[in-house]
Design a protein around this ligand. Structure first.
Ligand code: PCA
Length: 216
């Protein structure tokens, strides 16, 4: 049966918690309807090291589906990232103090990689289940995009990795209290959403042809 690796990050940027790890760690060991099971792993919010840990966990688990989750404070929806780009440009230092600027993630690597998740179908089924979701056209240029790009680069040479991608999630309500006006999503809704995302990925035969575009 399929092993699914889900990753979440350590807290960063002065936060005490990271909803990505809070959600993912509670799904560790969970079974999906076809008998597939989830393995959860925590990644440090550090350029380089995060990718090394991810690669290690992929090899260890033999996962065929790998989805990395990260916090995107200020976003109101589960954000299915469409594309990873080959650049690190850190607005704030990572948890090890590194702040790369305009550095390639993979020297001579392609400019970008698309997610291999059925992102449109996932957005549709999340919305059908009452969970706010959208396609996102950028995962930023910080550690999340770094990990997303590294994951897709690995997947390009590892056919056993059937689906790989990245999802950004909103603040938890308790985090949003510190930023008046900021949107948030409950831990339960986030976890429910991640499970719906996985069921959709397991059952989809391709993606849906519906718009997930934006004009800006
Ligand atoms: N979010 C950051 C890195 C870790 C996380 O959870 C990002 O969006 O790059």
């Amino acid at each position: 049966m399929t092993t699914i690796l889900l990753t979440g990050f350590d807290p960063f940027g002065g936060e005490r918690t990271n909803p990505s790890w809070e959600a993912v760690r509670r799904l560790d060991g969970q079974k999906l309807s076809d008998g597939s099971h989830i393995v959860a792993a925590q990644l440090p919010c550090e350029f380089g090291t995060a990718l090394a840990v991810l690669k290690d966990r992929i090899v260890q688990s033999g996962a065929e589906i790998v989805i990395c989750i990260g916090q995107a404070g200020g976003r109101a929806e589960l954000s299915l990232e469409r594309v990873a780009i080959n650049v690190d440009d850190a607005r704030i230092p990572d948890n090890a103090g590194a702040q790369p600027i305009d550095a390639a993630i993979v020297e001579q690597g392609p400019v970008g990689y698309f997610s291999s998740l059925p992102i449109k179908a996932i957005v549709q089924s999340l919305r059908d289940n009452g969970i706010p979701a959208a396609v996102s056209q950028t995962a930023g240029t910080y550690v999340c995009n770094h990990v997303f790009y590294g994951l897709m680069h690995l997947a390009a040479s590892r056919p056993s990795l059937r689906h790989a991608g990245f999802v950004h999630i909103p603040y938890l309500p308790e985090q949003a209290l510190a930023y008046p006006g900021a949107p948030s999503m409950s831990l339960q809704m986030t976890m429910d959403g991640l499970l719906i995302m996985l069921e959709t990925t397991l059952s989809a035969t391709g993606d849906m042809r519906i718009t997930g575009g934006s004009t800006h």
